[in-house]
Design a protein around this ligand. Structure first.
Ligand code: PLP
Length: 424
């Protein structure tokens, strides 16, 4: 078979783009070589519908072992009593939980997308807003912090069956105990979607949802630094959504519902190559090296936030507790879209993002979201953050000046040269 040079040349071009640039998309990261090796392995050839020991295909003895290791490592990493490592993505993990826990037409209460929530938390353009009746909480205008009073008021009024705690663009820690109080008051199931900060949570740097939330979902490719995918978990000793203790046989009952929410509920064959890569990534996350990495991600985000504030950038909530920040650019006279485009020309990648109470459309936006997981994997430290912010500021204040953008790109390439994608 002839090698497909057309595609391999494009893969090489993408490798160069990733290597030369400063990657600040908060949801991206660079996986280790062994995670990528597993993704490209013969496990991609195997069908394995079902779960370890209960498959609908023969020849699953080896992949059964792989999946069991992935499950065990996920449970150890998060202190969970149950884990399902099969979701192809974070969205599919959430879909499965909805399938398992509520019925179409039921009311759900999620974080408003324009305030930092995710599409799967009730957006009208997503299954979650189309099949269910979505209601929302948001942040306070003056502080940019989650409005827990609003959360409680909307819950009392709308009586949701499911409440979702979690976000795609929220830079502060989340009070899961408070969410649980609100959920208990109205008899709702509480789902924590920790897709973004899961690496920080796994290492004890942020509040732990496991003791408070009925179900926890996460992606595996953001701060966890694994392959693209999803994960569903439940903690020990949590009252399950049917008012039963998860201890004893009831855990099995609830986990059966979640398992069938994934297969056969919304997926067919699991991606065994990805599950092997998840197992490797979870193993990496269990090390002290990963703890140091996560502490560095947070230290870098904090240093970067302070450097932005020093240059009069308006950070939602004024700073960050985690790996990211959301910047309102309205005082800088540039939209999120124009900022994203100019930064790309300077080899700096961010994403435009709605800010709370935005006056622009989701295609234009007034803000950008910036995160430090990927540049920390490249080896940048706190001392580099002020310089990165200087480069961003130079681009944003000269965003129509192609000469400046080119000059900044050269500085970016110099800063990143000699740094492998994965510096672990
Ligand atoms: N949940 C949250 C909070 C997210 O931020 C994301 C992705 O950005 C997802 C779910 C969905 O993950 P995926 O893109 O893997 O479907």
């Amino acid at each position: 078979m002839q090698r497909d040079e057309q595609i391999f040349e494009l893969i090489e071009a993408e490798r160069e783009r990733q290597t030369d640039g400063i990657e600040l998309i908060a949801s991206e990261n660079f996986t280790s070589p062994q995670v990528m090796e597993a993704c490209g392995s013969v496990l991609t050839n195997k069908y394995a519908e079902g779960y370890p020991g209960k498959r609908y295909y023969g020849g699953c003895e080896v992949v059964d072992e792989v999946e069991t290791i992935a499950i065990d490592r996920a449970k150890t990493l998060f202190g969970a009593a149950y884990a399902n490592v099969q979701p192809h993505s974070g969205s599919q993990a959430n879909t499965a939980v909805f399938h398992a826990c509520i019925k179409p037409g039921d009311t759900i209460l999620g974080f408003d997308l324009s305030h930092g929530g995710h599409l799967t938390h009730g957006s009208p353009v997503n299954f979650s807003g189309r099949l269910y009746n979505p209601t929302f909480y948001g942040v306070k205008k003056d502080t940019g912090l989650i409005d827990y009073e609003m959360l409680s008021d909307v819950a009392e009024k709308e009586k949701p069956k499911l409440i979702i705690a979690g976000a795609s663009a929220y830079s502060r820690d989340i009070d899961f105990a408070k969410f649980r109080e609100v959920a208990d008051n109205v008899g709702a199931i509480l789902l924590a979607d920790i897709s973004h900060p899961s690496g920080l949570i796994a290492k004890g740097i942020l509040n732990d949802p496991m003791p408070h939330c009925h179900v926890v979902t996460t992606t595996t490719h953001k701060t966890l630094r694994g392959p693209r995918g999803g994960l569903i978990m439940m903690g020990e000793n949590i009252d399950n959504p049917f008012g039963l203790k998860l201890k004893n046989g009831n855990l099995r009952k609830m986990s059966g519902l979640l398992d069938s929410g994934i297969f056969p509920g919304n997926q067919g064959g699991p991606l065994m190559h990805t599950i092997a890569a998840k197992a490797i990534a979870f193993g990496e996350c269990l090390t002290d090296d990963f703890l140091h990495y996560m502490l560095q991600v947070k230290a870098n985000a904090d240093a970067m936030a302070k450097a932005f504030v020093a240059k009069d950038y308006n950070l939602i909530s004024g700073g960050t507790d985690n790996h990211m920040m959301l910047i309102d650019l309205r005082n800088k006279d540039i939209t999120g879209k124009a900022a994203e485009q100019a930064l790309v020309k300077a080899d700096i990648t961010v994403n435009k993002n709605m800010v709370p109470f935005d006056t622009e459309s989701p295609f234009i936006t007034s803000g950008i979201r910036v995160g430090t997981p990927a540049i920390t994997t490249r080896g940048l430290k706190e001392d580099d953050m002020a310089y990165v912010v200087d480069l961003i500021d130079e681009v944003l204040t000269n965003h129509e000046n192609e000469t400046v953008l080119k000059a900044v790109a050269e500085k970016v390439n110099k800063l990143m040269s000699g740094r492998p994608l994965f510096n672990g």
